[in-house]
Design a protein around this ligand. Structure first.
Ligand SMILES: [Mn+2]
Length: 429
């Protein structure tokens, strides 16, 4: 049996998108995110006492003028070495041999595969790792994946490969079709596990033998959303591989859509957005949530929102800062609202009215102040509806009487049902 971590595409020190718009403290956290993810990987490897860590390419994002990135990585790998954990890595298209000009000297616990396919020395009894590094950035030769050595008999065999895992020739999930190969070919190789890298979205391509992309441990932009990390793999052939995902990311990207059709003002829309984003921030579990916020829905506040977009952004940023401290970074706010027509606006008001009346009817046990506030809300809604529905189709009974409120609520509901049915095309998104 063997237990190890499978990671790929760390792209250490590459910038996350939209860092420059962030407040200074947040920008620093965004800039450091790829390093924090590797810090988390080292901690996880030590805590889980794995035998080794596999990095399937694109550890570096690009060549650099200084040794800072390499020096930092060397220190992190040495930490693993001190814990008795080896590191196996291949170079990918971003950190191909010909692309990184500095000569790197890794600590003794790091094994970097050569640019010809080979099998690493037998550091672990009964386990053999096979790999091949990219010499140049663009590897389009299908023989690259086929060149891997035959499995070693009576051993657990692991292939480490930077590939698009497709031989169809096109991009895969936005990734170049490098080291083209197909899953069937890999599965037939006779290995027990294929540790792939290159595609940034986590995916188990084949169960037995297990062929997997762990995804990048830190999403770098809004199109790499949700949790990112590595796979904790346990192999005990002939049993199925057990792949457990472990999150390592420090910044989590999220597209948050907020329906503001119930909001009548800019302030109301901001409140709704902050409440919705707060829910997402809770689930991010202490990470920094980088949000692309889309306000949508048909609302009478549409014109206001469009006219005051700069203030809206400022207001949102301010609110996130005060009520969510450093938990949320607003990457972008998108306005996708539509202007409510008179009829739709009347419907919205009546819905609000019905809700208000509902609350009003149920609020007998509340304090006087709450009763008065509820009544005021209902009254305000009534006046707006009267202004919109000028033909007097809706009669408003006395709201001071419980019976009157019930009559009105029933009438409002009936009217809404009728109007929703009649204007379904207009109201539907
Ligand atoms: Mn790559």
């Amino acid at each position: 049996m063997v237990r190890f971590l499978h990671a790929a595409d760390l792209h250490i020190d590459s910038p996350l998108s939209a860092c420059d718009q962030a407040a200074p403290r947040m920008a620093a956290r965004l800039r450091a995110a790829t390093r924090t993810a590797l810090d988390n990987l080292v901690t996880l490897a030590v805590d889980e006492q794995v035998e080794f860590v596999v990095i399937a390419g694109d550890l570096f994002d690009r060549d650099r003028d200084d040794f800072n990135t390499a020096r930092w990585l060397t220190a992190k790998f040495a930490e693993l070495g001190a814990a008795g954990i080896r590191v196996y890595l291949v170079r990918g298209n971003h950190d191909a041999m010909a692309k990184i000009s500095k000569v790197l000297t890794w600590p003794a616990n790091v094994y970097e595969f050569k640019t010809t396919a080979d099998t690493a020395p037998a550091f672990h009894e009964g386990v053999r790792l096979h790999g091949r590094s990219y010499k140049t950035g663009a590897v389009e030769d299908p023989e690259f994946a086929r060149s891997y050595p035959a499995p070693v008999a009576n051993c657990i065999n692991i292939g480490v490969l930077h590939t698009c895992a497709s031989d169809s020739g096109g991009k895969v999930g936005g990734h170049e079709p490098y080291a083209p190969c197909n899953v069937g070919e890999l599965a037939a190789k006779g290995y027990d596990y294929w540790a792939l890298g290159h595609v940034h979205t986590r995916a188990i391509l084949h169960p037995q033998p297990c062929i997997a992309f762990p995804g990048n441990p830190q999403g770098r932009h809004i199109n790499e959303p949700d949790a990112h990390g590595c796979l904790l793999v346990t192999l005990a052939p002939p049993d199925r591989a057990v792949c457990e995902f472990r999150a390592l990311d420090d910044v989590r990207w999220a597209k948050v859509n907020v329906d503001v059709s119930g909001c009548r003002t800019l302030g109301g829309a901001v409140d709704a957005a902050v409440a919705e984003v707060a829910q997402h921030a809770l689930r991010a579990d202490g990470r920094l949530l980088a949000v692309r916020l889309t306000l949508e829905g048909t609302t009478p506040a549409h014109a206001d929102l469009v006219a005051s977009k700069p203030q809206l952004l400022e207001e949102l940023r301010g609110r996130f800062q005060t009520s969510l401290e450093d938990q949320v970074h607003l990457e972008r706010a998108v306005l996708a609202t539509r202007q409510a027509t008179q009829q739709v606006r009347a419907l919205g008001t009546l819905r609000a009215y019905a809700t208000g009346a509902d609350r009003h009817a149920e609020s007998a046990a509340l304090e006087d102040a709450a009763l008065i506030a509820a009544k005021e809300r209902v009254q305000a809604a009534q006046n707006k509806v009267k202004a919109v529905v000028a033909d007097g189709a809706v009669e408003f009974p006395d709201l001071d009487e419980a019976a009157g409120r019930k009559v009105l609520l029933a009438a409002a509901r009936g009217w809404i049902d009728h109007e929703v049915a009649a204007t379904a095309g207009e109201v539907a998104p």
